[in-house]
Ligand binder design. Structure first.
Ligand SMILES: C[S@@+](CC[C@H](N)C(=O)[O-])C[C@H]1O[C@@H](n2cnc3c(N)ncnc32)[C@H](O)[C@@H]1O
Length: 225
């Protein structure tokens, strides 16, 4: 399956999944989300004070709210207008967030420069051949010596419940069915620590990889050269 087709199918999936995203993630309220992810938020917030943040794949704006509560400003981006609409409504009481509907693979087209870039649950959806082109573009949006934080999920059996297969470039493709019966193929990779560190080695002066086995999450935090 050509990578461009995979990406289009994933975009269609997320456009349709938007109304269910928060309940899938147990982000029933902003407070519930903060409570659930408190150990991760405690780590991420150390990097936010007085910084302007570029958020990739903000989805329905849960992390956007967390970031905005601790940073100077947030530019929250997502390819899905359906997600951005929910994020805007959810965070209508916060004035330091700017939203932009933009494909992460074209993030170079977004104006501005940022002190830190953050993405939650996006890396796992990047087809392997798109990782380096994406990082190249993302890093150009972050100031010299700025920070980049990726948060994502460790493997859990439940991801396999509707089936999966590997494509020609080694992406793990999950079959997913939404509550309305619509079915999609979605890239869901589970990179190892070594794969992540290798991927960013050429760009980072300092990198930290953290796993939270209770929350089944990994965090990759690095400082750009
Ligand atoms: C699993 S959700 C995570 C959303 C949010 N970061 C969170 O933690 O709740 C993945 C998000 O990635 C977005 N996404 C997928 N492909 C994208 C792309 N190429 N550019 C920007 N956003 C993308 C989807 O629209 C969706 O909002």
């Amino acid at each position: 399956m050509p990578v461009q087709d995979l990406i289009e199918e994933m975009n269609a999936y997320y456009a349709r999944r938007a109304p269910w995203h928060d309940s899938y993630m147990n982000y029933t309220t902003p407070e519930a989300m903060e409570k659930l992810l408190a150990p991760i938020i405690d780590i991420v917030e150390r990097y936010l004070k007085d910084r302007n943040v570029l958020e990739i794949a903000c989805g329905t704006g849960n992390w956007t709210r967390v970031l905005a509560g601790r940073a100077r400003s947030v530019t929250a981006t997502d390819v899905s207008k359906e997600h951005i609409k929910i994020a805007r409504e959810k965070n209508s009481d916060i004035d330091k967030v700017t939203y932009a509907i933009i494909d992460a693979y074209k993030i170079n087209e977004l104006p501005g420069e940022f002190e830190i870039a953050f993405a939650a649950d996006f890396w796992s959806h990047i087809p392997k051949s798109m990782i380096t082109p994406f990082l190249e573009k993302l890093h150009r949006k972050v100031k010299k010596k700025g920070w980049v934080i990726f948060l994502d999920m460790l493997y859990r059996k439940e991801f396999d419940k509707d089936g999966f297969f590997y494509d020609d470039e080694g992406n793990r493709i999950n079959k997913r069915t939404l509550p309305d019966g619509s079915r999609f193929r979605v890239v869901k990779n589970f990179p190892t620590r070594e794969e992540l560190e290798k991927q960013i080695a050429g760009y980072a002066t300092h990198a930290e990889y953290i796993e939270d086995r209770e929350l089944m999450r990994w965090l990759l935090i690095y400082n750009l050269k």
